[in-house]
Design a protein around this ligand. Structure first.
Ligand code: NAD
Length: 249
């Protein structure tokens, strides 16, 4: 018996590192998965690896999100789990120098994107379903230079708490997860930009701020998403859950 037998999941940013790590765990636990994202080549490769469905959808575009949700229902006739995970980092710059257009884009992908995913998915989701939103350790804390990303990731907590109360009467649970640094390309780009150091040195500088003194592997984040997706977390809703090796303590 898989922990997600009979469930259907939509994962945005599904072609990326955490999206694919989550999709691997979900399919291994019996779920049928639709990956949604903007990188068609990686979506196709992910779909082929897992034998799962995929669709191109920019989460900041209402019509494209609506079409992605419709594609899930047309293909699987239900939707139980939504992982709103698509993300972009932006740049490292103090607020006084932060480019307006990059600020707008970062908020559009994370905040508008998650708003649109909730808006279009919730009406067709099964009662008792689960929404998991990928925020960040900087959705709980922040650092100089990450104004757009930290603002967006904090905003997701407000959205999550609101939606959690709105859909609780249907037994749908809504939570955010707050990963610390993950050993993947997304985080390597952040760390080299933030420190100006080569990747390995930059990672060591970040590890110095993490009580567990290391980065997560993508599957460690995926396993928390799996926990929130399934019945093991049946009384968990409205919770911002750190997955950060203690970085936000
Ligand atoms: N990597 C980390 O250390 C880390 C830490 C905390 C939080 N996060 C968050 O985890 C999530 C996944 O990141 P990741 O580490 O897997 O990086 P990633 O770059 O591998 O994955 C992000 C995915 O989002 C997709 N995407 C970007 N813009 C999109 C859009 N407009 N519409 C749809 N898809 C879009 C990208 O194509 C990519 O596949 C992001 O929200 C990120 O902010 C990552």
């Amino acid at each position: 018996m898989g922990r997600l037998d009979g469930k259907v999941a939509l994962i945005t940013g599904g072609e990326g590192s955490l999206g694919m790590a989550t999709a691997r765990l979900f399919t291994a636990e019996g779920a049928q998965v639709m990956l949604a994202g903007i990188d068609e080549e990686r979506l196709r490769a992910g779909g082929a690896e897992l034998g799962c469905a995929w669709t191109v959808a920019d989460v900041s575009d209402s019509g494209q999100v609506q079409a992605a949700v419709r594609a899930v229902i047309e293909r699987f006739a239900r939707l139980d789990v939504v992982v709103s995970n698509a993300g972009v980092f932006g740049v490292v710059a103090p607020v006084v120098d932060y480019p307006d257009d990059v600020f707008d884009r970062v908020l559009a992908v994370h905040v508008r994107g998650t708003f649109l995913v909730c808006k279009h998915a919730l009406p067709v989701m099964s009662d008792g379903g689960s929404v998991i939103i990928t925020s960040s350790v900087v959705g709980l804390t922040s650092d100089a230079g990450v104004g757009a990303y930290a603002t967006a990731k904090h905003a997701l907590v407000g959205l999550m708490r609101t939606v959690a109360k709105e859909v609780a009467p249907r037994g749908i649970r809504v939570n955010t997860i707050h990963p610390g640094p993950v050993d993947n390309d997304f985080q390597r780009a952040v760390e080299t930009a933030a420190t100006g150091a080569p990747a390995e040195e930059a990672a060591a500088l970040f590890n110095a701020h993490i009580p567990l003194a290391r980065h997560a592997i993508p599957e460690e984040v995926g396993r928390v998403i799996l926990f929130l997706a399934g019945d093991d977390s049946s009384f968990v809703t409205g919770s911002p859950i750190p997955v950060d090796g203690g970085m936000s303590i």
